[in-house]
Design a protein around this ligand. Structure first.
Ligand code: S3P
Length: 170
């Protein structure tokens, strides 16, 4: 697949802005935007917390793997994938093989201000205390940082980050 046809994938921790920025990038590039979690919710007719509650995390991860790997094969899309998705080796491989990957990174100090608005819709956060969330945050940072463009979003608007992504493709 030529570089110009590759889909763009945004990765990073929950609440970093993958969906907002992804929608803007898609608009600027006249591409379709796919929020993989939204697609999973549509498939089940349930929210992600409901899927976790009724089927458990292992079930969700397995479905997330199938769905994300399939969507990563599509051309000319902009995708936002779940914050835990890139930790699955098959997903990481599918994204790195088929897509241009941007990692959206934010400082812990800035991210933790967002916790209150995220917690109810993110079972992974709800089941942990603040120290455990911080530990997960740093562990994930290591896992995200492989072989692709890293973009720090601290104090930058979604519009600025989206413009940066679009410009870096030229
Ligand atoms: C998860 C992140 C969520 C969603 C699920 C699990 C995670 O997506 O996939 O709640 O493990 O980080 P967002 O990163 O879009 O919040």
């Amino acid at each position: 697949m030529s570089v110009r046809q590759k889909s763009i994938v945004l990765i990073g921790f929950m609440g970093v802005g993958k969906t907002t920025i992804g929608e803007l990038v898609a608009k600027k590039l006249y591409r379709s935007f796919i929020d993989v979690d939204k697609e999973i919710e549509k498939d089940f007719g349930m929210t992600i917390p409901e899927i976790f509650e009724q089927h458990g995390e292992a079930f969700f991860r397995d479905y997330e793997k199938k769905k994300t790997c399939a969507l990563a094969q599509e051309k000319l899309k902009v995708l936002s994938i779940g914050g835990g998705a890139f930790l699955q080796p098959e997903i990481r491989q599918a994204c790195l093989d088929n897509c241009i990957v941007f990692y959206l990174d934010v400082a812990w100090e800035e991210w933790k201000e967002r916790l209150d608005i995220l917690i109810d819709s993110r079972p992974v956060l709800k089941s942990r205390n603040i120290n455990e969330i911080e530990e997960l945050f740093y562990k994930r940072q290591d896992a995200y940082s492989i072989n692709h463009s890293k973009l720090t979003v601290n104090h930058r608007s979604a519009e600025e980050v989206a413009d940066f992504i679009v410009d870096s493709l030229k």
